[in-house]
Write a protein that binds this ligand. Structure first.
Ligand code: 5GP
Ligand code: MG
Ligand code: MG
Length: 180
């Protein structure tokens, strides 16, 4: 599996340090709030698992799964709910936890449908941001780990064709992997 990686963009140590920083900021900001972390499956699970343990205030967690990409590397533009939240979010302060903000279509759709359920507030925490690829300009991350260049990245939860999620670092695949 390691042989498929062209270069490491973010090491395990760099990721852990950033997650600690984000967790500390969220802890401060949500002291007196009713925090609900909403992880968007599956890409954000590794980030979510680390981030929640870096948050030192009361919080609940829930998961949601939407699909927009299939197994390819480009958005299809259509977003569909595959698994909805279990918790009734009315009155909660939601923090949507995402792996990467790319075109912005997924997050703008999720934010829109969750707003309709009358939470107290909704903010977005994304580990990665690819601003060069944005198609929905008004969608912004309130908490952001790293800005990454316009390259398809894998690892730390992010997949290519459902593989590579278990890499502990973030990397770029060798081009030949896509033509396999
Ligand atoms: P958006 O709707 O913002 O275009 O897409 C966001 C979703 O696309 C992310 O949550 C992620 O699942 C997927 N995605 C976007 N860019 C990448 C990338 O570079 N690598 C991987 N593995 N997934 C990506
Ligand atoms: Mg995602
Ligand atoms: Mg994916």
């Amino acid at each position: 599996m390691k042989d498929d990686i062209l270069k490491v963009l973010l090491t395990e140590e760099e990721l852990q340090a950033k997650v600690k920083e984000l967790g500390a900021q969220i802890t401060e900001d949500y002291q007196d709030k009713k925090l609900l972390l909403v992880s968007v499956l599956k890409g954000s699970v590794v980030f979510m698992a680390d981030l929640m343990r870096a948050i030192d205030t009361y919080c609940r967690i829930d998961f949601m799964n939407v699909s927009s990409y299939g197994s390819g590397t480009k958005t299809t533009g259509t977003v569909k709910i595959i698994k909805d939240l279990d918790i009734d979010i009315a009155g909660y302060d939601l923090l949507i936890v995402e792996d990467i903000l790319d075109s912005g279509k997924t997050l703008s759709y999720i934010k829109k449908i969750l707003m309709e359920r009358k939470p107290n507030s909704i903010k977005i925490c994304t580990l990665l941001d690819k601003p060069e690829r944005r198609q929905v300009p008004d969608i912004k991350a309130d908490y952001k780990g790293f800005i990454v260049p316009d390259e398809f990245v894998v690892g730390y939860g992010l997949d290519y064709a459902e593989t590579y999620r278990n890499l502990p670092y973030l990397g770029v695949l060798k081009p030949e992997v896509y033509s396999k």
